[in-house]
Design a protein around this ligand. Structure first.
Ligand SMILES: Cc1cc2nc3c(=O)[nH]c(=O)nc-3n(C[C@H](O)[C@H](O)[C@H](O)COP(=O)(O)O)c2cc1C
Length: 351
């Protein structure tokens, strides 16, 4: 019997040859925020995934919180990404761009001096790597109403640029404490207007970004990633179940490609609640191996499973999982920045 992991499926308009997704991973190898031929090699090597989700990619200059991460708001960036999508498509793979605005997890040294923006003027605890070394995360500027509308428009424009660059779609980064999560979380969002306060108001930004992206390129090409209860990047929500119950219910009113979930185990069944309320096709991620992936797929808890570090270190991960072959170990020293070392030089299995 074929394992479900190796059977095809579809997420919205996107056909997947198998259920193995490459999770989005920032690698900080885009000097000037423009994708390079080396990045095309890296993603091309991993085209055996049913779907690749790119590293977090900014929709605007003020969303470039980390040094040398790529954007999707200039012609040069669209051109650079075209090399990546062509390399993946030439090998029969599928690839979506993860659109990430970092919000308050940023530093003006990385945004070309542009203000760091967030729902409210509340700094996250932590430091940011810049060309001048590690610096404390700054107190961000609270976005004005017009600023919020501008950022929503930037997400939609990035979605259009993604299609122009040859992507099969986009994934909105609503996880891990970046701008969309900052709106969702009461400790980062202290607004008293329609964008803050109740769960309904805190979810408004995520839904507005989703709706604008759907209007821009069609729901069949738009996914969203969420991480309920994940404290990463100084996020806290004492009523996380209420927040995400509302959000999942609202997602259920919309037609989009998939919901991608990761996060800690909470005292309620997050994927189960998400499936029941949103009816979305689900990708689950976080610490999966082949056997656990197969169990969740067989139980109908998800349509596909994403692998992060497993894919980072194994360009031929689906083939290795199929053969139950040993995996290369990831080297965290080369995760961010640098060159081909720890990037395109992880070996594939001998044919
Ligand atoms: C080097 C590295 C960079 C990451 N960058 C991103 C990112 O840009 N966007 C995102 O949503 N998650 C990011 N993540 C989280 C991964 O997508 C994934 O959730 C995490 O690695 C857990 O999956 P795993 O247990 O299969 O590795 C990153 C993880 C790693 C290791």
């Amino acid at each position: 019997m074929t394992d479900i992991l190796f059977t095809p499926t579809t997420l919205g308009d996107i056909p997947l040859a198998n259920r193995i997704v490459m999770a989005p991973m920032t690698r900080s190898r885009a000097p000037g925020n423009v994708p390079t031929p080396l990045m095309a090699t890296y993603y091309g090597q991993r085209a055996g995934a049913g779907l690749i989700v790119t590293e977090g990619t900014s929709p605007s200059a003020d969303g470039l919180g980390y040094i040398t991460i790529p954007g999707l708001f200039s012609d040069a960036q669209v051109q650079g990404w075209r090399g990546v999508t062509e390399a993946v498509h030439a090998k029969g793979g599928r690839i979506v761009a993860q659109i990430m605005h970092t919000g308050r997890i940023s530093h003006p040294d990385n945004t070309g001096g542009l203000p760091v923006v967030a729902p409210s003027a509340v700094a996250a605890q932590g430091q940011m790597f810049t060309a001048g070394g590690m610096k404390p995360l700054p107190v961000p500027e609270a976005l004005t109403e017009a600023g919020i509308e501008r950022v929503i428009g930037d997400f939609a424009a990035a979605a259009r640029n993604a299609v122009a660059a040859g992507f099969d779609g986009i994934e909105i980064h609503g996880a891990n404490g970046y701008l969309v999560t900052q709106f969702l979380a009461p400790n980062a969002n202290r607004r008293e207007d329609r964008w803050g306060g109740s769960a309904e108001n805190r979810a408004r930004f995520a839904l507005a970004v989703l709706d604008a992206s759907i209007a821009a390129i069609g729901g069949g090409r738009v996914g969203i990633r969420l991480s309920p209860g994940n404290p990463f990047n100084d996020i806290a929500d004492p009523a996380v179940e209420e927040t995400y119950t509302h959000l999942f219910r609202e997602l259920g009113k919309r037609d989009f490609a998939y919901l991608h979930l990761l996060g800690p185990k909470l005292d309620f069944d997050v994927p189960g609640l998400a499936k029941r309320l949103s009816g979305a096709r689900l990708i689950l991620n976080g610490g999966y191996d082949r056997d656990r992936a197969e169990v969740d797929l067989a139980a109908g808890r998800a349509e596909a499973i994403a692998f992060g570090t497993g894919f980072l270190a194994n360009p031929d991960l689906p083939e290795r999982l199929r053969r139950r072959a040993p995996l290369n170990a990831p080297d965290s020293a080369t995760f961010y920045g640098g060159d081909a070392k720890g990037y395109t030089d992880y070996p594939a299995l001998a044919a």
